[in-house]
Design a binder for this molecule. Structure first.
Ligand code: BAL
Ligand code: ZN
Length: 877
């Protein structure tokens, strides 16, 4: 397969001014007529070239140039293109292409495909070329007019981008609709939906007083699960006006929920297509986290209307321009809507467990990659989540107002254009009159920087010297790195818990909070006028995506856990404390020593449990131990069994020592507030379920009764699934009965059934692997449905380290078999599943050999897709 390089970027040789599409819809043979008004691109340096349109899996019926049918010697059709010779070089011309496609055969879910009985599209990144021959690249922007013709019974609803312009009836029980999108757009933002859908309607009045019609389309039986999505959309629209001054531009905003979808959702102009997972919610079917994610994803896709659609990417190497920025925007939105403290911790947790691993592994790449084989492989945690951290650092360095000025200038300069990450940083620089030359390295350097910190307090001079050293580890293709510009939010905490004034030598700034700007490889910052030695709170709010190495005693961590006013660092102190204790226990296990719990941890957790917290969701996070996956990230060679045993030991010890507190918290917070999504009610559910999780380890029949009762009587999914999880992960006598009851209750709700599959795939008991193999043969398992594959195969391989990494290698073999099957059905989903094998160098020699052998077996797959080939081959390199 061919590698595409950023350095080879050239402007398009031709432009498409108008794109007129006519679809005659049929599940197995849809006819497409594309009429493209084109001209040469004056910005192209190439003279007199043939017109190369891209297309895949298309049956070509005919080509016309300016209305004349071309004989086959005037064009050349290849596997991936249509080359038309002798097109006019000095005036506009019209190319008309007629072809057919088979949506039903399209199991890759890219281009036009069938999801149950609904026709829908996914064009980002390069799916449009599976619909018709086109200049399928984001810097070719065109005005789209789309006419859909179809059977009235099969496709009563016919949707595309923009505003509905006309509609009518046709003989043979057919009808048609024409949609016109007044905004130029690249073809990756094209969308079409046709099928038997019901609609929930509402409206939104913009800040300038325009009424926007809002429509959510779902299957009939899901009509009662749209309220939250609609409210989320209105919240997002208001938030973007208030926070960024950005208003919606069309008269209509539509969202369609589909059951078969490779991604979470897609921001097609005016017609978002969503995975049902991020639309449908009813208190009894969706958890509090589901509700939060739905609002976040609805916000994310809505915010793309500006950061992505009005201003789009020049090429796919610039993906983080729209994704990193939009993730930052959705994170802030959710933080404002829920709890800023909790949202930041959740995001950092995801970053540090998954993205840090990616950045340290064989597939590490900068947020703006410089080469790819298959662009779908670069919709990564690095491009999205680290990309958002880079935008967050700009926000920190420039301050909220400076950042907003930069955004305003960016949208003003580039509205209607396809631009680069550099254009974004240029706007930030110009609006704030700063030099971000060094900061730009974040876009081109991969890998997570390691910050080593040392401190020295001098009581004679009353100064505290802080020396920070940054190491930027080599990554594939990047052996040497330059120092980065790293903002480090800092506070100094006095023994009484108050923040000291930071007086930095050489600076006039005096404040309780300060942003240190590390730009050198090593730099010393001196704080003055400190009569007492403070405790340093560094990297507050996790102000940069780095690994911090700092010597801290357990007592110092316990002090920060009690006193740090920065909610992130306070939680972080508890995680570090627990992580240290668990790491020591892992060593004990590896050296056959008996386990004893460190009392510092128990006392620290007792203090948390007995403190009066206002934000109960935050309280629940403070009480939670670091995950096995996070703990594994901290070990040079991962010992899955020891991590599991040590962590379980700590869980049991906390349960035993804090039993009275945990029981009290459970009982105080267990009430029926189903349907109430106020922060307090959500917090109570989170807190009580964390307590139930601890108590369930006590092997106490009364606690078993509590969990069974909670499972049987819950009227909300948060409580029901939390109780089921506790029952499934302990030797509860009702385990099999509850799993069966849950299945029978929810067998017609696909998204809830996904939870049932996922819960069993991530279970701890020793029979888990057998259960996973059985579930693979379950009548409700479907390898063609990405959500179901992610629920069973994804959860098992990515969220069940204990069983997936079984020393026998059966977990690896299971996964490789599924990847080989998926390779032909859905290469995008297949390549995502390879992820679990890419980290093989982090395990012991035995496991390394087994994982490598499976990667090699995957590499020998007949007709291996570009997607799978790229991830597997780079993992082995
Ligand atoms: N653009 C692909 C889906 C998303 O990030 O919104
Ligand atoms: Zn996005």
């Amino acid at each position: 397969p061919q590698t595409i390089y950023l350095k080879d970027y050239k402007p398009p040789e031709y432009l498409i001014h108008d794109t007129d599409l006519n679809f005659t819809l049929d599940n197995e043979s849809t006819r497409v007529v594309a009429t493209l008004t084109m001209s040469r691109n004056p910005a192209s340096k190439v003279d007199d070239s043939a017109l190369i349109l891209l297309g895949e899996n298309l049956t070509l019926l005919g080509v016309q140039l300016n209305g004349d049918t071309l004989s086959p010697d005037r064009y050349l059709q290849t596997q991936e293109s249509l080359v038309i010779h002798d097109v006019p070089q000095h005036e506009k011309f019209v190319v008309t292409i007629e072809n057919t496609i088979n949506p039903k055969a399209n199991t890759a879910l890219e281009g036009l495909y069938l999801s149950k009985n609904m026709l829908c599209t996914q064009c980002e990144a390069e799916g449009f070329r599976k619909i018709t021959y086109y200049l399928d690249r984001p810097d070719v922007m065109s005005r789209f007019t789309t006419t859909l013709v179809g059977d009235k019974e099969k496709y009563p609803v016919l949707l595309s981008n923009g505003n509905k312009k006309a509609q009518g009836e046709l003989p043979d029980n057919k009808h048609w609709v024409t949609w016109e999108d007044p905004f130029n757009k690249p073809c990756y933002l094209f969308a079409l939906v046709a099928g038997q859908l019901e609609c929930v309607r509402d409206s939104f009045i913009t800040q300038s007083g325009r009424r926007i019609a809002l429509e959510i389309f779902v299957e009939a039986h899901d009509l009662d699960k749209c309220d939250h999505a609609m409210q989320s959309l209105k919240n997002a629209m208001r938030w973007d006006e208030e926070t960024y001054g950005l208003e919606y531009d069309l008269d209509l905003y539509m969202i369609v929920a589909v059951g078969h979808f490779n991604m979470g959702a897609m921001e097609n102009k005016g017609l978002n297509i969503f995975n049902t997972k991020f639309v449908l919610a009813r208190p009894d079917t969706a958890t509090d986290s589901d509700y939060e994610h739905i609002e976040g994803v609805i916000g994310h896709e809505y915010f793309h209307n500006w950061s992505g659609n009005r201003v789009t990417c020049r090429d796919w190497f610039q993906l983080s321009l729209k994704e990193g920025f939009t993730v930052f925007r959705d994170q802030e939105f959710t933080g404002d809507r829920t709890s800023k403290a909790v949202k930041r911790i959740e995001d950092v947790n995801a970053l540090r467990t998954r993205q840090f691993a990616e950045d340290a592994g064989p597939l590490a790449h900068p947020i703006r990659p410089d080469a790819y084989i298959e662009i779908n492989n670069f919709y990564t945690l690095t491009v999205y989540e680290k990309g958002a951290e880079v935008v967050r650092m700009l926000h920190t360095l420039l301050g909220p107002q400076g950042f907003r000025k930069g955004c305003d200038l960016y949208f003003q300069r580039h509205d209607g254009q396809a631009v680069t990450c550099d254009d974004f940083v240029n706007a930030m620089e110009a609006a704030n009159d700063v030099d971000l030359t060094q900061f730009r390295r974040w876009y081109s350097q991969a890998g997570t920087p390691v910050l080593t910190v040392s401190e020295h307090y001098d009581s004679d001079t009353q100064t505290l010297s802080l020396t920070l050293k940054q190491d930027n580890p080599p990554t594939p293709g990047q052996p040497r790195k330059e120092p980065l510009h790293i903002p480090i939010k800092t506070g100094l905490i006095l023994p009484d818990g108050n923040l000291a004034q930071c007086r930095l030598q050489g600076s006039e700034q005096v404040s309780h909070k300060i942003v240190l700007e590390l730009t050198e490889k090593e730099q010393t910052f001196v704080f003055e006028q400190l009569p007492q030695k403070p405790v340093i709170s560094l990297l507050r709010g996790f102000s940069a995506p780095v690994k911090l190495k700092m010597q801290r005693s357990l007592e110092e961590l316990a002090f920060l856990l009690s006193h740090d006013p920065d909610t992130f660092n306070r939680w972080e102190a508890g995680q570090l404390l627990a992580g240290r204790v668990i790491a020591e226990l892992v060593e004990d296990l590896q050296n056959d020593r008996s386990l004893t719990i460190n009392p510092v941890l128990i006392e620290a957790y007792r203090k948390i449990a007995q403190h009066g917290w206002l934000d109960l969701s935050y309280f629940a996070l403070l009480l939670s131990l670091p995950s096995e996956i996070y703990l594994a990230e901290q070990m040079p060679i991962i010992d899955v069994e020891a991590i599991h045993t040590a962590r379980e030991f700590v869980v049991c010890q906390i349960a035993k020592h804090l039993e009275d507190d945990l029981r009290g918290l459970y009982l105080d917070n267990h009430r029926d507030e189903s349907g109430c999504f106020e922060a307090k009610a959500i917090g109570r559910r989170r807190l009580k379920n964390v307590c139930l999780g601890y108590l369930s380890k006590l092997d106490d029949t009364e606690i078993q009764r509590w969990s069974l009762k909670q499972f049987d009587t819950a009227k909300n999914m948060t409580d029901q699934i939390a109780a089921l999880s506790v029952i499934v992960n302990t030797p509860h006598p009702a385990r099999a009965t509850c799993l069966d009851a849950f299945y029978r209750q929810w067998r017609d709700e696909a998204l809830v059934l996904d939870k049932w599959f996922a819960l069993q795939a991530t279970a701890i008991p020793p029979d888990t692997f057998d259960a996973v193999e059985r579930l693979l043969k379950h009548p409700d398992f479907d390898l063609k449905n990405p959500n179901r594959v992610r629920a069973l195969v994804g959860s098992f391989s990515q969220a069940n380290p204990l069983h997936f990494h079984a020393a026998s290698g059966k977990g690896y073999r299971f996964l490789a078999d599924r990847i080989i099957e998926l390779n032909t059905l859905n290469p995008q989903v297949a390549s995502r599943m390879v992820g679990a094998l890419t980290q093989w160098r982090r395990y012991d020699e035995g496991r390394q050999a087994l994982m490598k052998a499976e990667l090699e077996r995957i590499m020998s797959t007949e007709a291996i897709s570009k997607d799978v080939y790229e991830v597997a081959s780079k993992s082995l390199a």
